[in-house]
Design a protein around this ligand. Sequence first.
Ligand code: UDP
Length: 312
Amino acid sequence: MPTVVITGGAGFLGSHLCERFLNEGMTVYCLDNLCTGSIENIEHLGTNEKFHFIKQNVSDHILIKSDVDYILHFASPASPIDYLQLPIQTLKVGSLGTLNALGLAKAKGARLLLASTSEVYGDPLEHPQKESYWGNVNPIGPRGVYDEAKRFAEAMTMAYHRHHGVQTRIVRIFNTYGPRMRLEDGRALPNFMRQALKGEPITVYGDGSQTRSFQYVSDLVEGIYRLLMSDEPEPVNIGNPEEISLLDIAKEVIELTGSKSKIIYESLPVDDPKVRQPDITRARTILGYEPKVHRKEGLKLTLEYFRQKLGL
Ligand code: UDP
């Protein structure tokens, strides 16, 4: 059975990927420096003899002795408040971390899948966003540390593919939610859920007319698995195209929780994208991908996790 290295494997997405690849019977090396990931996310995998955790910052050289078949490069702060607090680490893991992961892929003859992001489209002037769109990114704004690191990571990945013949895949991940997001992660859904469950005010930034399209984590994991196993080296969007305004999703969370929380409005962060919706034609055509979990169902599953975390 193949061996998989998952960088950022103790994070929200990484831990779900570790689980999926172990379920496929593969050996998993989970690399994480735990700066935003947590041992709690992977504790339950510790009893599986095919699971190996290595605490390491992948911006430093990666040493794996065994053969490696697949590398999933997911290490990076990913919530806007995280990458605002960890700007240099974010730039380093997107650049040096990606270089190290690609170097490992080249040395081992492994296939590498890069976790890229809808943030490469910035505040998009094309809607919905197709993979052919080059984006509208402010390189020197506060979000630039994440957006440009991921854009650089894509460029580096394509260079290793073209120049060194490394087998590479690039997934552009749109807003994803589900169990194992941190309560204090700072992103919209964890904030709204925590606030609604605790009866605190729901903080909508700006007037709430900005849109996002939220996908449940299991749909993303399926898309990533299919992309890794495909022959497609060019970027593929994976997301749920059902678009909603932030005000409407705040109301949806209040309704689902039966909370008495009121909505309050706070200032919109700098360069906050006004709209975001994936065009998933390529994922549908190349991977036969289709999101399965409806938002209400996904939100209920996630709320269960949040209730448990809050001891409710
Ligand atoms: N947002 C909000 N209230 C919050 C957190 C976020 O209104 O408590 C907004 C944020 O300004 C953005 C959207 O929700 O317009 C999604 O933000 P998030 O941090 O989840 O991720 P992004 O899609 O911006 O990377």
